[in-house]
Ligand binder design. Structure first.
Ligand code: NAD
Ligand code: UDP
Length: 370
């Protein structure tokens, strides 16, 4: 039996590439559809290094209906994981139409193409930003939406569109995953986040300070009403997030309707706690300066993670120390990203140094499939 194929839009990106690893480990064959506007096709070679299977890449735009039809016709796609999108909050404020186009029109084009192809199982990358900043934590899925920027509104609108679709046509099975703060890297050191320019996000910034690429971290505000005055977030390991997609896929394939699930640990960590954890993981001191609050930042929020456990049987298994250790391993092994040679940190990695095809070194485990 060939492995069931899953179309992964945005699969060459940070979360998408890790999701490809989790899908392959669960016995699926990812078919990645990506423009590579914010990613690098070499991430898929790294997926092959880890799993022995290289995802097929369809270089196309998720808004391109004809390209979607061709992809569904060419590959026997069983279900879709939809991660393709733009994600920079500040950019979404400056260019709202660009964000509505890619995130909203892209999701609409994809849902229509899925319907034409008769593929009606979908996992959608949503975000905790749909909640806005007025809810007490932990935030449960039933909390009303209140996004405070165009990026968050695109995610909220796509969720509403998918909810309407599932009400109108009970053949659809949909899971919307609301990620909190995905960080970390694959434990092999082969796959991780590649920020474009100076990182906006905390973990990659700290990592670059630890590596000596940046002088110090600016802490955006130490006068919040939190235990140590710095902002609190629910950081969740990217491989936990990736495995959440597999759990969501199983659920969406088996149960029609729509499900919203938080992907978070259920615990918050402050900026200073993350800094301390990174210092432990790296053995390096992180220089920091306290700066003013960043406009638009919420003081503190974290997930109520109980519903994801109840509905998906998923919960985060990796802690903050592991998130930092894996980020640091990725940073040290790939100071120039994918321009660096494949680091020989995992047994067999050297085998793939010049191997474009990917050889199956791991057998897929016996899981049930969609
Ligand atoms: P990423 O930028 O690394 O991945 C997104 C991928 O989509 C990239 O490979 C990019 O090239 C591709 N893409 C962009 N526009 C496209 C288009 N029009 N057609 C096809 N491909 C396109 O980002 P990520 O962090 O991996 O995020 C993946 C998804 O998760 C996004 O939808 C994002 O909004 C969502 N999300 C991310 C976070 C986070 O903190 N990283 C948090 C919540 C939600
Ligand atoms: N942060 C910081 N310095 C930085 C980047 C982020 O102090 O250089 C803080 C930020 O104010 C927030 C937390 O770290 O309290 C997480 O920020 P990030 O941008 O990673 O995630 P988001 O704010 O989008 O949840």
């Amino acid at each position: 039996m060939p492995a069931p194929r899953i179309l992964v839009t945005g699969g060459a990106g940070f979360i998408g590439s890790h999701t490809c690893v989790a899908l392959i480990e669960a016995g699926y064959q990812p078919v990645v559809l990506d423009t590579l506007v914010n990613s690098d096709a070499r991430s898929l070679k790294r997926v092959a290094c880890i799993t022995g299977v290289e995802p097929v890449l369809v270089r196309a735009d998720v808004r391109d209906a004809a390209a979607l039809d061709r992809a569904f016709a060419a590959h026997e796609v069983r279900a879709v994981v939809h991660l393709a999108g733009l994600k920079a909050v500040g950019e979404s404020v400056a260019d709202p139409l660009g964000y509505y186009d890619v995130n909203l029109a892209g999701s609409l084009a994809l849902a229509r193409a899925m319907d034409r192809a008769g593929v009606r199982t979908l996992v959608f990358s949503s975000s905790a930003t749909v909640y806005g900043d007025s809810h007490p934590s932990p935030i449960a899925e039933a909390a009303p939406h209140g996004p405070v920027n165009p990026y968050g509104r695109t995610k909220s609108m796509v969720e509403s569109m998918l909810a309407d679709l599932s009400r109108a046509d009970p053949r659809w099975g949909i899971a919307c995953l609301r990620y909190f703060n995905p960080v970390g890297a694959h434990e092999s050191g082969l796959l991780g986040e590649l920020p474009n320019g100076p990182p906006n996000n905390l973990m990659p910034y700290i990592s670059q300070v630890a590596a000596g690429e940046r002088e110090y971290l600016v802490v955006h505000g130490a006068d919040y009403d939190t235990a140590d005055g710095t902002g609190v977030r629910d950081y969740v390991h990217v491989m936990d997030v990736a495995e959440g997609h597999v759990a969501a896929l199983h659920r969406a394939a088996r149960r029609p309707g729509i499900l919203m699930a938080n992907l978070g640990t259920g615990h918050g960590a402050s900026v200073l706690e993350v800094v301390s954890a990174f210092e432990r993981a790296s053995g390096r001191r992180i220089a920091l300066r306290i700066g003013p609050r960043r406009p638009g930042d919420a003081p503190a929020y974290w997930a109520d993670a109980r519903s994801a456990w109840r509905t998906l049987g998923w919960r985060a298994r990796r802690d903050l120390d592991q998130m930092c250790a894996d980020s640091w391993r990725w940073q040290c092994a790939n100071p120039h990203g994918f321009d660096d040679p494949v680091p020989a940190l995992v047994p067999g990695a050297a085998l793939f140094q010049n191997n474009d095809r990917g050889i199956n070194i791991h057998s897929n485990r016996g899981h049930t499939h969609v």
